[in-house]
Design a protein around this ligand. Structure first.
Ligand SMILES: [Zn+2]
Length: 266
């Protein structure tokens, strides 16, 4: 893969914003160029594994995994590991320095050296530090996307497309053809996260489902993309629902518009 990336366009909006734009383009199948199209097909190849793992609830959600894959390819493989994109090693030192600053990691002093050999040695010496810092961008991008339920619904539609065609005799972990087992136990950290995002309101009808001032309320945690349609138990697929909406909904799709669009970086 030949890259033609320009350092200022990569860093201008901050790597977390670049990551959000990249995952949007991935979910909506809207690659910016041929290079990105190849990158997206690699990530798509990994999406079945990610969707199957989302049979279980984990804090490392399917969205974290896709964001990690993107961050690894874009920020590490294409820019840190591969120096084909630059003729001047000082450009690479500038890239590494700015990335460490964005990661809130003290910039290793070796990147201030001038000779190409010293900068390449610094790159090798701090490879693992750089890789560990990518998690900062993943977590930051996730925190933004977590509030955008329209996007989360579309992301889960992509996951469901991987599960729906599967046959149980080939994938024994399925509950039946095209369906993962339904998770019915939701750990407290997850319920708290969803309650906080929903502010206690039903995702579908906006009625009050839970409030500190009202005792003994019943609520449901609902799968936006239904299990029956290939939906997963990933936290990104779960919303708060009042019992009556959950009963009405069953296996129908529901759309929730985004209330906030992150600006696209092009
Ligand atoms: Zn409701």
């Amino acid at each position: 893969m030949r890259r033609n990336r320009n350092i200022s366009s990569i860093i201008s909006g901050g790597p977390s914003i670049d990551l959000i734009s990249a995952v949007e383009r991935f979910v909506y199948r809207n690659p910016i160029d041929q290079n990105e199209s190849v990158c997206f097909s690699e990530i798509d190849d990994d999406l079945l594994r990610i969707a199957l793992e989302a049979s279980r609830i984990s804090e490392n959600t399917a969205l974290h995994k896709v964001l990690s894959n993107l961050a690894y390819i874009y920020f590490y493989l294409q820019l840190y590991d591969d120096l084909d994109w630059t003729d001047e090693y000082t450009d690479f030192a500038k890239y590494a320095t700015e990335m460490f600053q964005h990661m809130n990691i003290p910039v290793p002093s070796e990147f201030r050296r001038k000779s190409p050999e010293e900068i390449i040695a610094a790159r090798d010496q701090h490879r693992n530090l750089f890789l560990s810092g990518l998690q900062f961008f993943v977590n930051s991008a996730f925190a933004h996307l977590w509030t955008r339920k329209g996007f989360l619904f579309d992301f889960n539609t992509r996951l469901a497309e991987k599960i729906s065609p599967l046959l149980k005799h080939e994938y024994p972990a399925l509950a039946k053809d095209g369906q993962l087992p339904r998770e019915t136990y939701f750990p407290k950290w997850l319920v708290d996260m969803i309650m906080l995002r929903e502010r206690g309101l039903c995702h579908y009808c906006n009625c009050i489902v839970a409030s500190p001032s009202i005792a003994n309320q019943s609520y449901d945690i609902d799968h936006m993309t239904p299990i029956a349609n290939g939906g997963t138990n990933d936290p990104t697929n779960l919303v708060l629902s009042c019992p009556s909406c959950n009963n009405k909904k069953r296996a129908k799709y529901q759309m929730m518009p985004d209330t906030f669009f992150w600006p696209k970086i092009t």
